[in-house]
Design a binder for this molecule. Structure first.
Ligand code: UDX
Ligand code: ADP
Length: 462
């Protein structure tokens, strides 16, 4: 079968990065055979079914259109490796929880295992592409494992970090701001970079495909995420000051965002950033700086994570303070648990920190999310106390003392808030952790409204 295709592309790791990326490559490169492999059989089974393992707008249509034609999912990693010309590696690289670098450095055990498996199963040289987010100089380690093969095989390492954001993955892959490809400067390294660039030229303009050294490419991925997260922590730090001074953080961010040098994006104040990348990448950067003795630089970036933790903590403290200094035994409706809208992903979601802190205060929670309930149940499986999960926001809010918005799902903006109010305990509290509702209208309706970084609107003196 493989000889009808001009090239065999394999992706090891069928997750949030590998899954969508390979579906888009398969769509645009019908002459290539694209295989996605994973050790997790359940995941692969799901990719081969009608219930894909991840939710991403537009992904299912793409998969259904190409699966079985030039897009395949398998657990047979040895055969897939043997047949591949190019191997993208997008296995998970979580933060280490043990040993040296615990809490900051990346755990590279899955990556090294993959490299060893590539060596073991290969019968010809290959281009190995780093797709997972990795610490700088991982390519060197990867290269050493691959080149140590005793079969005389030549492997080329290329770094091609992924900048897609969840919820808009297909759009980001179809129309990327840039594609970054890093390689070694020798002839073979440059040829490998060209070969990877050729894949993207099927649908991306040539001037958007940037080539750099391996180390610049690896570092760029960390720095891009650190800069984005830094903007969120910056505006969130200002939201605390706004609450004290009576200023409105949305007005501030809109006004500063009109300065073209600053720009308008990623200045939305809220309960903080989540997702699998921001915290992990910043901690990686911090670890790297500490490793090289750049302690001031390490502290500078670590403060971005510290402000993020502070923002979620501050939000719960504000809730407790507003609700007469106790939430014990009070039912609290949590609308939204995913780390952002349009995804079922809850990795590093600030909603978890908020819920855990509320549970520590002995509140009873009713959690509602359109896509993230399965993950939310897993995340809170060890939680002590009373937690209810429901897909129905009206059920979650029934009899509650407070409604809390933790994810900016568009559907929460169009709920019947009068109906919700009629079934709430009074005084009725609404805490908008994403500043996504019409606060004035809710206040007029009878809610006591507590946004982020704006004066509260209460019917009693707060
Ligand atoms: C991010 C990067 O955007 C992407 O380029 C990289 O490849 C992976 O990490 P992602 O984590 O999917 O993508 O989501 P993103 O849209 O960046 O949002 C991250 C978090 O920041 C979310 O929790 C979101 O709610 C929060 N956020 C974002 C804000 O609080 N305010 C903003 O203004 C923007
Ligand atoms: P990301 O968000 O970076 O895509 P995910 O956790 O969603 O991360 O996906 C990573 C995938 O990599 C998981 O499905 C996991 O089972 C898979 N994986 C981890 N180690 C290996 C390995 N050695 N071989 C194949 N797949 C692996």
């Amino acid at each position: 079968m493989s000889n009808t295709f001009t090239k065999n592309i394999l992706c090891i790791g069928a997750g949030y990065v590998g899954g969508p990326t390979m579906a888009v490559i398969a769509e645009h490169c019908p002459e290539y055979r694209v295989t996605v492999a994973d050790i997790n059989a359940q995941r692969i089974e799901a990719w081969n079914s009608d219930e894909l393992p991840i939710y991403e707008p537009g992904l299912k249509e793409l998969v259904l259109r190409n699966r079985g034609k030039n897009l395949f999912y398998t657990t047979d990693i040895p055969s897939a490796v043997r047949e591949a010309d190019i191997i993208f590696v997008s296995v998970n690289t979580p933060t280490k929880t043990f040993g040296s670098g615990a809490g900051k450095a990346s755990d590279l055990q899955f990556l090294e295992r993959t490299a060893r498996q590539i060596v073991e199963c290969s019968e010809s040289g290959k281009i190995v592409v780093e797709k997972s987010t990795l610490p700088v100089r991982t390519a060197q380690a990867l290269s050493r494992v691959l080149q140590a093969n005793t079969k005389g095989l030549k492997f080329r390492i290329v770094s091609n970090p992924e900048f897609l954001a969840e919820g808009t993955a297909i759009h980001d892959l179809e129309s990327p701001d840039r594609v970054l490809i890093g390689g070694t400067s020798d002839e073979g390294g440059q040829a490998a970079v060209e070969e990877i660039a050729e894949i993207y030229t099927h649908w991306v303009q040539k001037d958007k495909i940037i080539t750099t050294s391996l180390w610049s490419s690896e570092l760029t991925k960390l720095v891009a995420n650190a800069f984005l997260a830094q903007r969120i922590s910056s505006i969130n730090s200002i939201s605390a000051l706004c609450e004290k001074t009576g200023a409105d953080v949305d007005q501030v961010s809109q006004a500063i965002g009109l300065d073209q040098r600053i720009g308008a994006k990623f200045l939305r104040a809220g309960i903080g950033f989540g997702g699998s990348c921001f915290k992990k990448d910043i901690l990686n950067l911090v670890y790297l700086c500490e490793h090289y003795g750049l302690n001031e630089v390490a502290q500078y970036w670590e403060s971005v994570v510290n402000i993020n933790d502070y923002q979620a903590r501050r939000f719960v403290e504000k809730m407790v303070d507003a609700m007469f200094n106790t939430v014990t035994d009070k039912r609290i409706a949590i609308l939204g648990f995913a780390f952002k809208a349009n995804t079922g992903d809850t990795r590093e979601t600030p909603a978890l920190a908020v819920c855990q802190q509320l549970l520590a205060e002995k509140a009873n929670l009713a959690i509602c999310d359109p896509k993230a309930l399965v993950n939310a149940k897993n995340d809170l499986c060890d939680a002590l106390g009373n937690v209810e999960f429901t897909a129905d926001p009206y059920q979650a809010c029934k009899g509650a003392h407070a409604v809390v918005i933790l994810t900016d799902w568009p559907e929460f903006q169009t709920l019947d808030y009068q109906r919700i109010l009629d079934n709430l305990q009074k005084p009725a509290f609404l805490f908008d952790g994403r500043n996504c509702l019409n606060h004035e209208a809710l206040f007029q309706m009878g809610y006591n409204v507590f946004p982020i970084g704006k004066p509260a609107q209460a019917h009693f003196a707060p």
